[in-house]
Design a protein. Structure first.
Lengths: 334, 423, 342
């Protein structure tokens, strides 16, 4: 990792996760990591490489292959005062733990009237573009963002990864921490040194503009930014917002932007029907209808079960910066 | 559409010209072929005629300044081509003002075809985005006056905002903080609009934009009617408590002419969700009478005027006028008119081109009664009391044939009125 | 006193004093009384739901005696009224739950019988069978991780729950990591309408222990002393770092699953009545009388006192208010987070 200045270090997303986890383990004995292959193997992306040597097998637990209990056991640890960070190896494997996440973790505080709490982080890599096919490419945020009691974040930049992971670890409630696997090594950026947190529920305006608001997150926020810069050369001014936090979601930033530009497009990799874009569209229609000069548009993944292994199938599923640019042009000239 | 005028080449070898004098200011109207600037070269002084009819938007060169041939010197905003019925701006008596709660909904005598018929402005707004609608309302802009710059000519929110920022003529610069009232306007100040004024403004625009106005006039010999009126007026004023003017006699003739020309008592019904466009012939005759108050017009309605005698009309009119002056007209009294009469003559007006009350087919005036020397067919000269009557008509509903027939009929009836029996 | 010679034979006490035996018996009476009170209130129309534990009194009261209050952790399921009473919950707290009062531990949010008490070490649980077991395992891990000697987690479930995947996952993990964890299965032969032979091919649940690499044993759940012995042995092993144990207590579910169940649609009155002969409450009462640990007057007084305690708790809880409608919105997260953050 290159040190750019004494205040920050350039690293990619996977390095940002690793560095943040390392510091969290070092600074708080209550923190431990559990999941499949996180110990001796150091995680399939090497995020926890060598952690077991430094922190020991009691703190870096290689669990049996049992997703439901990875989360369930972590819940019990959290209820009993530890700060577990559970890992689901790929988001596609999370379904067996759905009850533990939605029925148990999300409701622990609520059903016990605040007597018991669940300060738990569940980390998982999600998203496609890596020839991952049906079981290594899925986006899961829409399945969970519906659930009161859960928090969900999906940072796209290394500095956000660190700040939001720290905030998630500190958070007294269960947080689903989504890491887009394609951005692991693809996205590099400066990460401030030292411990800091970014509050959940705050989006980031990556690029200001006044003709169109584009809201996105994850890998696609990078493509959207690229597309916005492309159309800027033709005088088209697009504002790009990185959600960063899915639940809670930042209403003020979105509404301020829509009131300025009067046009909104939501871009996400996940399937369109019932995706994050649907909730954003409904909220904007409820609260800013009379500022809209064009229908809200959602440029999203097709409503098919998965992206296929064959390259043409994956490419047909994923959107490209040029498709996004074309959509931006259409919206602005409407 | 804006037309840019450039410095003409006034002479074969001339390469430049000087603006000697602007003959028009920004905001002035100019006709096609009317000179709007005087340009001088070393050879000649010449007036330059405007290539279009419109309003001067910008004057780009100062008086005395010399510029090369082809340099833009002015911008003229072209207006739509003038129709035969358009007159140059003259005193226009507004056709109807309405109180705050005038309904835009179904008319009281309307059938289902016309009930709920929205104005053209409303139907234009329906296709507009929420932002456009809101901005248009906030800035009181009729979006039909805006050209859309969006895809397929869509009016965008930016288009509305541009229109709002560029009102007709340069934006007035009042003295800071200075306002005055409509009743006592002070030069250099802003007069805030009352609700009534705002509605009058909207209604005038709507009527003018909706109905193609045509205009006609007749001269009526009211000598005998006048005598009749003089004979009856003292007794009438004693018994009824109101003044007796020529108005009720005129209205009586009007309702009879409307009976003979029912299309004049009708309205144009645009196409809507409930049906095709049509002309609705009103079942009743409700005559609106325009009454000028110091700050605005009101047009109360004499309901079923065709069933009233001249005396009945006079009493009804007298009561309405009294209420109007006291500001006590009810919503019911201000709505439902099918035709309007405007007694314009009090101030000596000889002709006027009134704006039709939206929803009616015509409006007729009484101009001043003037003693004139009239030449009879046998070339004898007589002194008679003459009164012009002007008619603005909705050309969608009636053509000149019906309109002039109506006016001719009205003239005939009035000239045939003789003092006889009861009013 | 290891045993007492009486006409009916030696009483194997496993170290329990007379006082402790009487305490176990009182807990059994209280369990049955409170159980019954729930059904009475339901029939009065005062509460919409009741779920009973008749048949489990010995098993739960005996197990509770093996639980170290203030040290151990309990991860029960919703039929464990007696066990929760036995580890320190009061009848008043039970009635607050039945009446769904605002003062209830759960603020009236949960079904009755879903007890929770941080101070008593009673882990909050949901209605989802076996979902609580990984939590119990995680809590056991925390105890071990923090090297807290003398502490163990007692987790319970019914025979039906042992079919759930998470029962298996929990047993496996507890064994792999040798956790201070005791899995007490209360085998009452019924999972709502599913009898044991439709639930599993191997009817002796304790035998699975070998498959997981942990010790296992079975005991007579109608016998509170045998229960105590088995559970104590397992808990001591866990507290001492010896790892997990599977203990299976056999008993019978005398009532239907709950007020929403009609058990005569899947079993016969005769079959149930036949098993009533083993009803642990009268059986243990007889035993105590026979061995002179209690006399008839004492039993009568105890019953009367249990009724008094039940009545007082009922009245006290009934007089309190429900939660407010606005209470719906609290304790979702720490602080007042909304999904849309302004």
């Amino acid at each position: 990792m290159a040190v750019v200045s004494s205040n920050s270090t350039v690293m990619n997303n996977v390095e940002a996760v690793r560095a943040t986890l390392y510091e969290a383990m070092k600074s708080d004995d209550r923190t431990l990591v559990l999941g499949e292959d996180v110990g001796a193997r150091g995680n399939v992306f090497l995020i926890t490489k060598d952690f077991i040597n430094e922190f020991g097998p009691e703190r870096v637990i290689d669990t049996p292959i049992a997703e439901a209990s990875i989360v369930g056991i972590a819940i019990g640890m959290a209820m009993e005062g530890l700060r577990p960070i559970a890992e689901i190896q790929f988001a596609d494997f999370i379904y067996p733990s759905f009850n533990q996440i939605v029925g148990e973790a999300a409701k622990t505080r609520y059903r016990s009237n605040g007597e018991y709490t669940c300060p738990l982080v569940i980390r998982t890599p999600y998203g496609g573009g890596v020839r991952g096919a049906l079981s290594h490419s899925v986006s899961i945020e829409a399945l969970f963002y519906h659930v009161p009691g859960l928090k969900i974040v999906a940072p796209a930049f290394p500095a956000d990864v660190k700040g939001l992971l720290n905030a998630s670890i500190d958070d007294p409630d269960p947080v689903l921490f989504l890491e887009h696997k394609k951005t692991y090594r693809l996205i590099k950026g400066e990460v401030p040194n030292g411990h800091y947190t970014i509050p959940l529920g705050k989006a980031n305006v990556l690029k200001e503009g006044d003709q169109l608001t584009v809201v996105s997150y994850g890998l696609y926020v990078h493509w959207a930014l690229e597309a916005a810069r492309t159309v800027e050369r033709d005088g088209i001014s697009v504002e790009v917002i990185d959600l960063r936090s899915i639940r809670p979601m930042d209403k003020t930033t979105i509404l301020n932007s829509v009131e300025k530009t009067r046009k909104l497009m939501i871009i996400h990799e996940d399937n369109k029907f019932g995706g994050i874009g649907a909730e954003i569209s409904a909220m904007v229609a409820e609260e800013a209808l009379f500022h809209l000069d064009a229908p809200i548009r959602r440029l999203c993944g097709p409503d098919v079960p998965a992206m296929g292994y064959a390259l043409p199938l994956e490419e047909a599923f994923m959107s490209s910066p040029s498709e996004m640019a074309e959509a931006m042009r259409e919206m602005v000239t409407f | 559409m804006a037309t840019t005028i450039t410095m003409p080449q006034l002479g074969e070898t001339v390469t430049e010209g000087t603006v000697a004098q602007w003959l028009k200011n920004i905001g002035d109207t100019v006709d096609k072929y009317e000179d709007f600037v005087e340009v001088s070269t070393d050879k000649v002084n010449a007036g330059v005629p405007s290539p279009v009819t419109g309003t001067i938007r910008e004057l780009l060169v100062k008086e005395g300044e010399t510029v090369a041939t082809g340099t833009p010197i002015a911008v003229i905003e072209e207006v739509g081509s003038a129709t035969a019925a358009d007159l140059p701006p003259a005193t226009e008596m507004p056709a109807q003002a309405a109180p705050a709660q005038t309904s835009r909904g179904p008319s009281p005598n309307g059938p289902t075809a016309s009930s709920g018929a929205e104005s053209l402005e409303e139907s234009a707004m329906r296709g507009a985005s929420p932002a456009v609608r809101r901005l248009a309302r906030e800035h009181h802009i009729d979006i039909r006056t805006i050209k859309g710059s969006g895809a397929n000519g869509r009016i965008t929110a930016d288009d509305v905002l541009s229109a709002a920022r560029a009102p007709a003529g340069p934006a007035p610069i009042p003295r800071p903080g200075q306002t005055s009232t409509y009743a006592q306007p002070v030069p250099g100040t802003l007069v805030p609009l009352t609700q009534a004024r705002r509605i009058i403004a909207e209604r005038m625009v709507e009527s003018r934009h909706t109905a193609p106005h045509a205009w006609s006039m007749v001269e009526i010999d009211v000598t005998d009617v006048w005598s009749w009126r003089l004979r009856e007026k003292d007794r009438f004023e004693r018994e009824a408590g109101h003044k007796l003017t020529l108005l009720p006699f005129f209205i009586r003739a009007v309702v009879e002419s409307l009976g003979a020309f029912p299309l004049m008592n009708s309205k144009f019904v645009p196409a809507s969700g409930s049906g095709q466009a049509a002309i609705y012939v009103n079942e009743h005759v409700h005559i609106g009478i325009a009454i000028g108050l110091p700050t605005n017009l009101v047009v109360p309605v004499i309901k079923n005027a065709d069933q009233l005698s001249i005396k009945g009309i006079a009493i009804a009119a007298g009561e309405l006028i009294e209420k109007a002056r006291k500001g006590k007209l009810g919503v019911d009294e201000l709505s439902g008119g099918t035709f309007t009469v405007n007694n314009n003559g009090a101030n000596g007006s000889w002709a006027s081109a009134p704006i039709i009350n939206a929803g009616q087919a015509g409006i007729v005036t009484m101009e001043a009664v003037v003693k004139k020397l009239v030449v009879r067919d046998d070339d004898s000269l007589v002194i008679r009391r003459m009164m012009n009557s002007c008619l603005s008509l909705d050309h969608r509903v009636v053509d000149g044939y019906v309109a002039s027939g109506f006016l001719a009929d009205l003239k005939r009836r009035l000239e045939a009125m003789r003092p006889q029996g009861e009013l | 006193m290891a045993s007492t010679n009486t006409a009916t034979g030696t009483l194997e006490r496993h170290g329990l004093s007379d006082e402790q035996l009487r305490a176990i018996f009182r807990n059994m009476l209280l369990q049955r009384q409170l159980d019954n009170r729930g059904f009475q209130l339901n029939r009065q129309g005062k509460v919409p739901f009741a779920l009973g534990s008749e048949g489990h009194e010995a098993l739960q009261s005996g197990a509770a005696m093996a639980f170290n209050r203030g040290r151990d952790i309990l991860a029960p399921y919703y039929r464990d009224l007696g066990l929760c009473l036995g580890i320190g919950l009061t009848p008043y707290e039970i009635m607050l739950s039945i009446f769904a009062r605002a003062a209830d531990h759960n603020g009236g949010r949960q079904f009755p019988n879903h007890y929770s008490s941080k101070s008593a070490g009673l882990m909050s649980f949901s209605s989802i069978l076996a979902a609580h077991l990984p939590h119990a395992v995680g809590a056991a891990y925390a105890i071990k991780y923090r090297s807290e000697a003398g502490r163990a987690v007692l987790a319970t479930c019914g025979d039906g729950t042992t079919s759930e995947g998470e029962w298996h996952e929990s047993m496996n993990f507890a064994a792999v990591h040798k956790l201070p964890f005791v899995m007490l299965v209360e085998n009452n032969e019924w999972a709502i309408s599913t009898p044991l032979d439709k639930q599993m091919a191997q009817p002796e649940i304790w035998k699975r222990a070998e498959g997981y690499g942990m010790p296992g044993r079975r005991f007579n759940g109608f016998d509170p002393i045998a229960t105590y012995a088995a559970v104590k042995e397992a808990m001591d092993r866990a507290r001492g770092g010896g790892g997990p144990t599977l203990v299976e207590g056999t008993c019978y579910r005398y009532l239907a699953h709950s007020t929403d169940d009609n058990d005569m649609t899947y079993r016969t009155r005769e079959a149930v009545d036949e098993r009533r002969r083993q009803d642990p409450v009268p059986v243990f009462e007889t035993k105590l009388l026979e061995h002179g640990i209690m006399n008839a007057e004492g039993v009568a007084a105890m019953r009367k006192d249990v009724l008094r305690e039940t009545n007082e708790a009922t009245d006290a809880a009934e007089a309190l208010p429900y939660p407010e409608p606005a209470d719906l919105y609290i304790h979702i997260y720490e602080g007042a987070w909304q999904p849309w953050q302004s």
